[in-house]
Write a protein of this length. Structure first.
Length: 75
């Protein structure tokens, strides 16, 4: 199952996207402390393909997915 997210991201001159914060379903906003890895990957639990961002948010390692400019996490 996909959890859709609003994501605040920076774009560099080459078009690279770096997420800076996420807005959770209930409106809470969490800063992305660090982006550990970015690669093309499929979401095995929720379906969909695109870029997978492995990030540290509030001390936890999470996977954010960007599938055709729609951001989500796996539930």
């Amino acid at each position: 199952m996909k959890i859709p997210l609003k994501v605040n991201a920076d774009f560099d001159l080459s078009g690279k996207i770096m997420p800076r914060s996420i807005e959770w379903e209930d409106g809470r906003v969490f800063a992305v402390d660090r982006v550990i890895d970015v690669r093309r990957a499929a979401s095995l639990k929720a379906g969909g393909t695109g870029l997978r961002y492995i990030c540290r948010i509030c001390g936890r390692t999470v996977a954010l997915f960007n599938d055709e400019n729609k951001w989500f996490m796996e539930k």
